[in-house]
Design a protein. Structure first.
Length: 131
């Protein structure tokens, strides 16, 4: 990727200023240069990085895995194990059990969690929350 010149309108004075935005490769090599960027430059780079992430992640989400996982191959986790992976408390899992697709209540006082479904849920949330 090459550096790009971007024109930004300065609202207060009606002037236009020209800034050179570094490519994502240049920024990855020297991330400390981002400290000196204006708010507009940061916004522009965030938009570009988000578009790149979406274009890279989209096919990964849409592609089925090469070998489907059967229910027999899926590991069931206890509430304690799932809570540790999620960095949440056991109580949090119990309170949110109805909205978590990987949680199954097998009795009045027992929950089990699908490890594969939990991993898929976490991966989807990371993609959704990306800027």
């Amino acid at each position: 990727m090459e550096s790009t010149k971007v024109l930004h309108a300065v609202r207060a004075r009606g002037q236009k200023t020209e800034h050179t935005l570094p490519s994502l490769d240049e920024l990855a090599e020297n991330p400390s240069q981002a400290r000196d960027f204006s708010r507009q430059m940061r916004s522009e780079l965030i938009v570009r990085a988000s578009a790149l992430i979406a274009s890279l992640a989209g096919p990964l989400i849409a592609e089925p895995s090469s070998a489907p996982v059967t229910e027999a191959e899926d590991e069931l986790l206890t509430v304690e194990e799932a809570a540790m992976l999620l960095r949440r408390s056991r109580r949090w899992l119990w309170r949110h059990k109805k909205s978590l697709p990987f949680v199954r209540q097998i009795s009045g006082k027992s929950l089990l969690c699908s490890k594969n479904d939990l991993a898929a849920w976490l991966a989807a949330r990371r993609i959704e929350e990306a800027p």
